[in-house]
Design a protein around this ligand. Structure first.
Ligand code: NAP
Length: 361
């Protein structure tokens, strides 16, 4: 049997998704060798303040130790093989080799220069991080200039949203509108409101269950949904900026400066207004959903009443739903639905992107 081809992998971000990716690559190693004749070899892991680099590939023992350390909250620079490494460009120069693939599992803007440099040098790049594609239109175009960029996990986590849209467009279909619920957290909130929970109880429950970011305002602000919508809008070649999107924030600006505990305490004042919105929707046979809509060159994101018997109205809990309306899907949209978050499904989408890039080499 032939020796599997080594594919060097550089990982930025060793949080929940990054660690799940490392575990999945190891678990699938024998399958990759036997079916695809390749071996994904981590040559660098980088977090916010440090890195561990081995141009020959990190050993199994080193990788296990690093995952355990990161799970325990230890920065990479404080591990025995780690060092401070604030500049990702230097990581690329040290660790990058022909056919290398760079993965961005951060939520940072800081990785952009290194990612563009990697693409410029012919490396592959896989994004879970939405920020590189939701900066300026000019930067977005720079990323899109490379055929070695993949970003399925940026919208809908493991759901095939980007691939579905790309397939529609590549097959010459005309996508006229995209609508959906792109946030599991806000989906949970809407479902709880529909069941009669107060706004404050629903937000606190989502926070307690770990459905929200540590600061729930990061979800309630709607910007994460807006970034996902912007990625889809731009795939349609509409040159919108993030500031062009109308975004409804689900808390008043006056609560922005509070600590998280203060915020969670103060949102009782929102119970009545939201209860009234829920009642008004129910009186019309509708339910509130945090909905993104892309149509006629415009994009808006916010809480809206939708018919109970529509795909969005039937959506419950943390599932995401994305409906593509097109010339060929005119009578009824093409709908993708399922869990839109979770480290394992997200890492699996990244791994599929890595393998697609490795197959190009
Ligand atoms: N979790 C999900 O279900 C999901 C689903 C779809 C997409 N995503 C996206 O996937 C990405 C990762 O999510 P996550 O849940 O794994 O986040 P996370 O647990 O917060 O991990 C983020 C990681 O990025 C590192 N980091 C931050 N800035 C960095 C920089 N400038 N250079 C290198 N590393 C940096 C952090 O370093 P430290 O460890 O030093 O803080 C941390 O290791 C995010 O963009 C998220 O939006 C997540």
């Amino acid at each position: 049997m032939s020796i599997p081809r080594n594919v060097p992998v550089i990982l930025f971000g060793v949080g929940g998704v990054g660690r799940a990716l490392v575990r999945q690559v190891l678990a699938a190693r024998s399958r990759h060798a036997s079916r695809l004749h390749l071996r994904l070899e981590f040559v660098a892991l980088c977090d916010r303040t440090g890195a561990v680099v081995d141009v020959h590939g990190l050993s199994d023992d080193t990788r296990s130790a690093l995952l355990a350390a990161k799970s325990a909250g230890t920065p990479l620079r404080q591990t025995p093989t780690g060092h401070s490494q604030p500049d990702p460009n230097i990581i690329l120069e040290v660790a990058g080799r022909d056919g290398a693939i760079v993965i961005d599992c951060t939520a940072s803007d800081d990785t952009c220069p290194a990612l563009l440099m990697a693409l410029g040098q012919g490396y592959g790049v896989v994004l879970a991080n939405k920020r590189p594609l939701t900066g300026s239109w000019a930067t977005y175009r720079q990323f899109m200039a490379s055929p070695r960029l993949r970003y399925e996990a940026t919208v809908g986590a493991g759901l095939p949203v980007i691939g579905t849209l790309r397939n529609l467009l590549d097959a010459g279909d005309q996508v006229t509108a995209i609508e959906g619920a792109f946030s599991g957290t806000l989906g949970y909130l809407c479902s709880q409101l529909q069941r009669g929970a107060s706004y404050s109880a629903a937000v606190r429950a989502a926070h307690r269950l770990g459905y929200t970011e540590p600061d729930p305002r990061d979800d309630l602000g709607g910007m994460d949904v807006a970034r996902k919508a912007l990625i889809l809008v731009r795939m349609l070649d509409w040159p919108l900026e993030l500031t062009d999107i109308t975004v409804e924030t689900l808390y008043p600006a006056a609560l922005s400066g509070l600590s998280v505990p203060q915020f969670l305490e103060s949102i009782k004042v929102l119970d009545e207004p939201y209860a009234m919105r829920v009642q008004a929707a129910q009186a019309q046979g509708q339910a509130l959903r945090y909905r993104a809509e892309v149509r006629e060159g415009r994009c808006q994101v916010g809480m809206e009443p939708v018919p109970l018997d529509s795909p969005l109205g039937r959506l419950q809990g943390t599932d995401n739903l994305i409906a593509f309306h097109s010339a060929r899907y005119a009578a009824s949209p093409l709908v993708v639905q399922g869990p839109g978050a979770g480290v394992e499904v997200t890492a699996a989408a990244i791994l599929a992107d890595i393998l697609a890039l490795a197959a190009l080499a």
